[in-house]
Design a protein around this ligand. Structure first.
Ligand code: IMP
Ligand code: MG
Length: 215
């Protein structure tokens, strides 16, 4: 199984006052659980592992919007840096797909894929799917089965986070940044009803905020 950085269930995290958090969110968060710098350091290593394994081929990096966009941009920057600074380099192109499965803090049973009609371009390609978080695994399994209809040559999945939860289907991505406790996390493009994408650190949402931003 892919190696990952484990954030324990009893992880105390960091007091919000120790870091810079937007004023408009100060009262909505319990704690910082993964500071932005640590996300970046782990992402740099994921980039190296991916280039080591997929580096012989042209890679199509497929960003799962919206939650994956920050991780996608940072991961690709690190892959670009590797390309610029070594004798071996790999052409990289990008594609985007939008998936929606969440309402409030619950994963719904229906996974909506928007923009999937363009997946046919991926036939014969080496595809790297870039996702923010895997919880039940349903979103990724839906996407993978849709993608297989386009007959790509190879598909690998990198997810910044995997949640330890009894709701998991058992699906595991090929590359994992962090394994996290079963809590609702926001920041670094992870949202609660579209809020908190504009927060750099990954934080635990408090219960008052779940009410305040509920739809
Ligand atoms: P799954 O289909 O249950 O694996 O859920 C995956 C999707 O749900 C992810 O792509 C996220 O968009 C969303 N999600 C799951 N857990 C969280 C969370 O803790 N915070 C924000 N979004 C989440
Ligand atoms: Mg997502």
């Amino acid at each position: 199984m892919a190696s990952y950085l484990e954030i324990a269930d009893d992880e105390k995290g960091y007091d919000l006052d120790l870091f810079c958090v937007p004023r408009h969110y100060e009262r909505d968060l319990d704690k910082v659980i993964i500071p932005h710098g640590l996300i970046m350091d782990r992402t740099e290593r994921l980039a190296r592992d991916i280039v080591r394994d997929m580096g012989g081929h042209h890679i199509v990096a497929l960003c799962v919007l919206k939650g994956g966009y920050t991780f996608f941009a940072d991961l690709l920057d690190y892959i670009k840096a590797l390309n610029q600074n070594s004798d071996k380099s790999v052409p990289l192109t990008v594609d985007f797909i939008r998936v929606k499965s969440y309402c409030n803090d619950k994963s719904s049973n229906s996974v909506k894929v928007i923009g999937g009609e363009e997946l046919s371009n991926l036939s014969g390609k080496h595809v790297l799917i870039v996702e923010d978080i895997v919880e039940t695994g349903r979103t990724m399994q839906t996407l993978l089965s849709l993608l297989s209809e386009s007959t790509p040559k190879m598909v690998k999945v990198v997810s910044l986070l995997v949640k330890r939860t009894p709701r998991s289907s058992g699906y595991r991505p090929d590359y994992v940044g962090f394994e996290v406790p079963d809590a609702f996390l926001v920041g670094y493009a992870l949202d609660y009803n579209e809020y908190f994408r504009d927060l750099s650190h990954i934080c635990v949402l408090n219960d008052d905020a779940k009410e305040k931003y509920r739809v």
